[in-house]
Design a protein around this ligand. Structure first.
Ligand code: NAD
Ligand code: UFG
Length: 337
C-alpha cells in the first residue's frame, strides 16, 4: 500500500516506517520536525536500505498538504503527528488543542478531498482515564482525562468516529498505545526526548549514561505489589508491527476498529529498574519522591482483541525493552545530535 505517515520522523513513527518498508509498503513521511530530527529517517534508510521520501510539512498547512496528497495517491494515512508532553499540555492547552485537533481536522479534510478515506490514528491508554476495570479491554468506557493532551486524544477519537458514521466509506482504526519503550535492535533509532525526560525509560537511560544523578520514583504508597505505579510497557518494535497488522483491518473495510496495543503484563517502576539493572549490568540509583499529579496506580491491558482480529501479539519482553533502550542510549548519548 502507499502510506502517508504524519509525524513519521518521531519516535514511534520512525520505528513504524522501518516495519512498513520491510513489509513491502511505500511510505511517504511528513513532519514539521517540532519534536524530531530528520536524521532519524536517514537511520531508517540505513536499516531498510530504502530511502524514505520526506517532506517538511506541518499538518495545519492545508495548501501544502493538498498539493502533496494530490500528487501521491495514498491508500492510507497513519497519523502520528501531534504534541505529546503531558505537563506542557497543562501549561499550553490552546497550543495543544490547536496543533492536535485543528491539525487533525485539516488533515482529514484534505485526505477526503484526495479520495483517501483510510486512517490509522495514534491514540493512547490515557483515554481510559482512571480505568473502571483492570485489565483494560476496548469495551472499558473512556474516562476523565487528567490533562489537555489526553483530551486531545479522546476528542480526536470521537471526531473520527463521527466522521465515519456520517460517511461509511471511511475506515478508521484507533490504536490505543500503552507505554511504548525500547528501541530498534540495531541501536540506530530510538527515543530522543528534548530536555529533562518526563517518561520513565528515557529517564532511566539518562541516569545510566551519567546525564542525571538518580531516578526519582514518584510514589511508593499506591495499591500495587511494591507500592510503585504499574504500567503495561510495550516494545516500540512490537507497537510498530501493530500498525502493519492494522492495515489488514483497513483492507477488510473495518468501519471503525479500536485496538489496545499492549502486552497484557503490568510492571511496577521498581520492576523496570530491576530488569534494567539485571540485563544491562548498570546500577540505577533512585530515591522515593511524592506521587506525581495526575498519575494513576495501575494501567494494563487485555490485548486479546488485536490478537483475534488482526493477528497481532507482542513478541518482546521487559528485558528486551531494557536492553534495546540502553543499546540506543549508550550508542547515541546525545540522540541524533
Ligand atoms: P514524537 O514527538 O516523537 O513524534 C510525533 C511527531 O509529530 C514529531 O516528529 C513531531 O515533530 C511531529 N509533529 C507534531 N506536530 C506536528 C504538526 N503540526 N505537523 C507535522 N508534524 C508534527 O512522539 P511519539 O512518541 O513518536 O508519538 C507518536 C504519536 O503517538 C503521538 O500522536 C503521540 O501522542 C502518540 N502516543 C505516544 C505515546 C508515547 O508514550 N510515546 C503513548 C500514546 C500515544
Ligand atoms: N515515573 C517515575 N519517575 C519518572 C518518570 C515516571 O517514577 O521520572 C513513574 C510514573 O509515576 C508512572 C510510571 O513511571 O508510575 C510510568 O510513567 P511514564 O511517565 O513513563 O508514563 P505514563 O504512564 O505516565 O504515561 C505515558 C505517556 C502518556 C500516555 C500513557 C499511556 O506519557 O502520554 O503513557 O499510553 F498517555
Amino acid at each position: 500500500m502507499k502510506i502517508l505517515a504524519t509525524g513519521g520522523a518521531g519516535y514511534i513513527g520512525s520505528h513504524t516506517v522501518v516495519e512498513l518498508q520491510q513489509a513491502g509498503h511505500d511510505v511517504v513521511v511528513i513532519d514539521n520536525l517540532s519534536n524530531s530530527n530528520e536524521k532519524s529517517l536517514k537511520r531508517v534508510a540505513e536499516i531498510t536500505e530504502k530511502e524514505v521520501p520526506f517532506y517538511k510539512i506541518d499538518i495545519r498547512d492545508k495548501d501544502k498538504l493538498l498539493q502533496l496528497c494530490s500528487e501521491h495517491h495514498f491508500d492510507c494515512c497513519i497519523h502520528f503527528a501531534g504534541l505529546k508532553a503531558v505537563g506542557e499540555s497543562v501549561a499550553k492547552p490552546v497550543e495543544y488543542y490547536e496543533n492536535n485537533i485543528s491539525g487533525t481536522l485539516i488533515l482529514v479534510d484534505v485526505l477526503r478531498q484526495c479520495g483517501c478515506k483510510n486512517i490509522i490514528f495514534s491514540s493512547s491508554a490515557t483515554v481510559y482515564g482512571d480505568p473502571v476495570e483492570i485489565p483494560i479491554t476496548e469495551k472499558c468506557p473512556k474516562g476523565q482525562c487528567t490533562n489537555p493532551y489526553g483530551w486531545t486524544k479522546s476528542m480526536i477519537e470521537q471526531m473520527l468516529i463521527d466522521m465515519q458514521k456520517a460517511d461509511p466509506e471511511w475506515n478508521v482504526v484507533l490504536l490505543r498505545y500503552f507505554n511504548p519503550i525500547g528501541a530498534h535492535k540495531s541501536g540506530k533509532i530510538g527515543e530522543n526526548p528534548n530536555g529533562i525526560p518526563n517518561n520513565l525509560m528515557p529517564y532511566i537511560t539518562q541516569v545510566a549514561v551519567g546525564k542525571r544523578p538518580e531516578l526519582n520514583v514518584f510514589g511508593n504508597d499506591y495499591d500495587t505489589p511494591d507500592g510503585t505505579g504499574v504500567r503495561d510497557y510495550i516494545h516500540v518494535v512490537d507497537l510498530a508491527q501493530g500498525h502493519v497488522k492494522a492495515l489488514k483491518a483497513v483492507q477488510n473495510k473495518c468501519g471503525v476498529a479500536i485496538y489496545n496495543l499492549a502486552t497484557g503484563h503490568g510492571y511496577s517502576v521498581l520492576d523496570v529498574v530491576q530488569a534494567f539493572e539485571k540485563v544491562n549490568g548498570v546500577k540505577i540509583p533512585y530515591s522515593i519522591k511524592p506521587r506525581r499529579a495526575g498519575d494513576i496506580a495501575k494501567c494494563y491491558a487485555d490485548a486479546t482483541k488485536a490478537k483475534m482480529e488482526i493477528d497481532w501479539e507482542a513478541q518482546y519482553d521487559l528485558e528486551d525493552m531494557c536492553r534495546d533502550a540502553w543499546n540506543w542510549q549508550k550508542n547515541n548519548p546525545n540522540g541524533y545530535e
